[in-house]
Ligand binder design. Structure first.
Ligand code: SF4
Length: 692
């Protein structure tokens, strides 16, 4: 049942699922949520929504919710329900004991892209000001960290360049490694509208996603590349642009630097479509035609997703796309740009808020004396000037014994991170794991303290979507567990002897605005007045910045970077002859913690393996058979679905279910610059499971 009766009041808030950041009116009768109605004035969605945002909120009142804090000495002990006071005192005491025994760097925290900016800010402050180290990382490590790195190197700012409405002026859409109809449905509708009006589409994806051919839409080119060869494809585009005289010379001369040396690099014959045809699997003529279309078809807009970032060369591909946009002058106005489609609701925000181990809020490196000084003055404590541990470093250090305690805010690392066997071993080796979450998730199985989290309906704060839009998340109801998550963080900090206190989430945003130049004009009062703003929002741009790099790049001149293609070490072999790639489906969300607990959505009850009929036939596999999927790190079983969406030699699965668990299979390979895992390329074998 979706509609429970006539509402008596409503609250405007923001969807807690994907990075589109749709606004909704949550309609209530008394304290009961009746329905979610897409908000017509929502800056990101203009009255539209998808099935998840509209109907998948039942998890917030699911009986699985953790409602009281719980503690146990050992993970083999049963949980003991305790008061908030005991849970917080216990957590603080154990963190201090561990630090005094093993050193200041022996503890750390992981933040979530599912929590608010204010909650993330509070955690990174606790780590820096109270733990006294920089061991804080965000789950964006495993999705869009290459976006942050690559766009910072080239443009000077770790964020997408456009607002969503910009797509309405695009003439050519280059969609790389993203499946918006499943991952970002409301933005996909906007893109489809533009395509139906006549914009041309180039899809770069090993899998034939829906947008390649859907009602009234047919991609001009579907470049069905071999997984792991994005850099070769993007370089080939740039090679065609440079060698066929398609460079926007006046833009490059006025706005960019290091062009000449890059031009020499990219002109090399090894980057030509003909040279990379055998690597990418894309016919040279088709690649050449697609490159010409992007460069000459009018406004060229690049949109991309995790099919770009989750590779050993994710950062290189991001820089390659930035090179391409600069070389063709496709940056700084409506209809163009380089646009990451962020996965979770607050990926952008969790990165903005300084929860990377090397960056303070606003992407200022911890070695930046001026930036550190701002926080040292305000927080009254020194801040380390050296980066802390990234998530994979934390796991490695846990296994070698130098890292002993981890605070995990709203992130299920025991299901979502690659090579789960390694993650489980690391978690099991820790002396203290504190999980703050709605549910007793897979990570909580390794926890000693379980602190109840709040759902988006109870939160007060902001999320920042993929277009840098800061949206208010207003409490539709009081926290069912009695505390906002930022209050819990403050109380742990206080119990550890540090005076951290705020009266409200609004006060935290005021501190963010005070200390972060790109947020200087943001306040809850301003957001309530104007609806939402896109950062930078400050004195120069009081109403925000929908299009970045209009007159000059954030770093001054846009910088061309040499992007050498280096093949991944993950290759198909005689033992593991197929390549597995992973993704999402519309009705599920990430590890499924929310969507699996929502009756309203027709969710798929299990992950399935898409396999080309030829690969199935040679293995004696038929549609619906159970198959064993194995890689050099693990093995799982799931059901096969034969599909010609996949090319021969490549198979595909999702990662929504803990039982089938695709991350049992994925490896430790990661992006050279950021350690973002290479979820998209795993050599596997598929065998029919013969029932006894
Ligand atoms: Fe929520 Fe994304 Fe769907 Fe919008 S498109 S309703 S933000 S899941």
């Amino acid at each position: 049942v979706i509609e429970l009766g006539m509402p008596t009041r409503s609250v405007v808030t923001t969807c807690a699922y994907c990075g589109v950041g749709c606004s909704f009116k949550a309609e209530l009768r008394g304290d009961e949520l009746v329905r979610m109605v897409p908000f017509k004035d929502g800056g990101a969605n203009e009255g539209h929504s998808c099935v998840k945002g509209r109907f998948a909120f039942g998890y917030a009142s699911h009986p699985d919710r953790v409602m009281e804090p719980m503690v146990r000495e050992s993970i083999t002990d049963p949980w003991r329900k305790v008061s908030w006071e005991e849970a917080i005192t216990y957590t603080a005491r154990r963190l201090q004991e561990i630090q005094s025994t093993y050193g200041q760097g022996s503890i750390g925290a992981i933040t979530s892209s599912r929590t608010t900016n204010e909650e993330v800010y509070a955690v990174q402050k606790m780590v820096r000001a109270v733990f006294g180290n920089n061991n804080v990382d965000t789950c964006a490590r495993v999705c869009h960290s290459p976006t942050g790195y690559g766009l910072k190197q080239t443009f000077g700012e770790s964020a997408g360049t456009q607002d969503f409405s910009s797509v309405e002026k695009a003439d050519v859409i280059l969609l790389i490694g993203a499946n918006p109809t499943d991952g970002h449905p409301v933005f996909a509708s906007r893109m489809k509208r533009r395509l139906r009006q006549g914009a041309k589409l180039i899809v770069v994806d090993p899998r034939r996603i829906d947008l390649v051919r859907s009602p009234h839409i047919e991609a001009a080119h579907h470049l069905q590349l071999a997984p792991g060869t994005n850099v070769a494809v993007v370089n080939a585009f740039a090679h065609v642009v440079v060698t066929e005289g398609l460079v926007d010379r006046s833009f490059v001369e006025e706005r960019c630097e290091d062009f000449e040396q890059w031009e020499q690099f990219i002109s090399g014959p090894e980057h030509s479509p003909e040279a990379v045809e055998s690597v990418t699997g894309i016919p040279a003529e088709e690649l050449r035609a697609a490159a010409r279309l992007y460069a000459t078809g009018g406004n060229g807009a690049i949109y991309y997703g995790l099919g770009v970032t989750e590779h050993s060369q994710g950062s290189t591909t991001v820089m390659g796309m930035a090179n391409l946009a600069m070389a063709t002058g496709n940056i700084g106005r409506r209809g163009v740009g380089v646009n990451p489609l962020r996965g979770q609701n607050n990926v952008q925000g969790s990165c903005d808020m300084g929860s990377f181990p090397h960056e303070l809020p606003g992407y200022r490196h911890v070695s930046d004396d001026g930036a550190r000084d701002v926080y040292e003055q305000l927080w009254g404590t020194p801040i380390l000037n050296e980066p802390g541990l990234r998530i994979p470093n934390m796991f490695d250090a846990a296994i070698d014994g130098s890292f002993r305690a981890l605070f995990v805010q709203g992130e299920d690392i025991a299901q979502s991170d690659p090579n789960i066997q390694h993650v489980h071993a690391a978690l099991a080796a820790l002396d203290l794991v504190v999980v703050q979450d709605l549910f007793e998730n897979e990570t909580a199985k390794f926890a000693h303290v379980l602190l109840p989290g709040t759902s988006f309906l109870e939160k007060d704060g902001t999320f920042t979507n993929a277009e840098r839009r800061i949206n208010r998340v207003r409490p539709v109801m009081a926290p069912k567990t009695g505390k906002q998550e930022w209050q819990i963080i403050c109380e742990i900090a206080q119990a550890m002897g540090y005076p951290m206190h705020y009266d409200s989430a609004s006060q935290i945003m005021d501190e963010i605005a005070l200390t972060t130049p790109t947020f200087a004009g943001v306040s809850f009062a301003h957001l309530d007045k104007v609806g939402s703003v896109q950062w930078p929002c400050n004195l120069e741009a009081p109403n925000g910045t929908p299009i970045m790099h209009s007159d000059e790049f954030t770093r001054g001149k846009g910088r061309f970077m040499e992007t050498m293609y280096v093949p991944t070490s993950e290759r198909s072999t005689r033992k593991y002859p197929l390549i597995l790639t992973t993704g999402r489906i519309l009705s599920q969300y990430n590890v499924g913690a929310q969507t699996r607990r929502t009756a309203n959505v027709a969710w798929h009850p299990e992950d399935i393996l898409e396999l080309h009929p030829h690969d199935a036939e040679v293995r004696g596999i038929e549609n619906g058979d159970m198959v064993a999927l194995s890689s050099r790190v693990g093995r799982t079983t799931l059901r096969a679905e034969l599909s010609e969406r996949m090319p021969v030699g490549v198979c595909y699965t999702t990662f929504h279910h803990p039982v089938t668990g695709a991350n049992v299979i994925t490896t430790d390979n990661s992006d050279w610059a950021t350690n973002c895992p290479e979820y998209k390329v795993t050599a596997v074998q598929v065998d029919l499971v013969v029932e006894p």
